[in-house]
Design a protein around this ligand. Structure first.
Ligand code: FES
Length: 126
C-alpha cells in the first residue's frame, strides 16, 4: 500500500505528532455517522482511534487534543477515567476494562502521516 492509494487520506506532517504529546484531531464518517478521531505518537509510532470511549460513546479528551496522562504512558477518558494503552487502544483499567477503542490505520512516510479508510471508516469531506 502506498500513499498514492486513494484510500489514503493526508492527515498531518510527522512533526505535528510528538511522543506522548497533543493529538491531532480529524473528522471521519464511521458507519455513516460523523465522528471525531485523533492521532497520537507513542514510543515513536503513530496511532489513531475514534474519539469515542468504549464505555459510553463520548469524546474522551479533557482538553482539546489532551489524551495522555501525566506520565505520557496512558490515554485517559475524562468522563469516568478509563485508561487505555496508546499502542493498542485496549482499556486496561476503568468501567470498560478489556474493551478497545476503534483503531484507524495510519501510514507514515516521507515526513507525512496519512490515515487509511476502511469499510466503516470514510472521509467526512469526500
Ligand atoms: S465515558 Fe469514558 S470512562 Fe465512561
Amino acid at each position: 500500500m502506498t500513499t498514492a492509494d486513494p484510500r489514503c487520506i493526508p492527515l498531518c506532517a510527522s512533526s505535528a505528532l510528538q511522543d506522548s504529546g497533543r493529538a491531532v484531531a480529524f473528522d471521519v464518517l464511521y458507519a455513516g455517522q460523523p465522528c471525531r478521531a485523533f492521532a497520537i505518537r507513542y514510543a515513536g509510532q503513530v496511532h489513531a482511534y475514534l474519539n469515542r470511549c468504549a464505555h459510553v460513546p463520548m469524546e474522551m479528551d479533557y482538553q482539546e487534543g489532551q489524551f495522555f496522562d501525566d506520565s505520557g504512558q496512558w490515554l485517559l477518558c475524562a468522563t469516568h477515567g478509563a485508561v487505555y494503552a496508546p499502542d493498542t487502544g485496549r482499556c486496561i483499567e476503568g468501567p470498560c476494562c478489556g474493551a478497545s477503542l476503534v483503531k484507524i490505520e495510519l501510514i507514515e512516510t516521507a515526513g507525512q502521516v496519512h490515515w487509511h479508510t476502511a469499510p466503516p471508516l470514510q472521509p467526512a469531506f469526500p
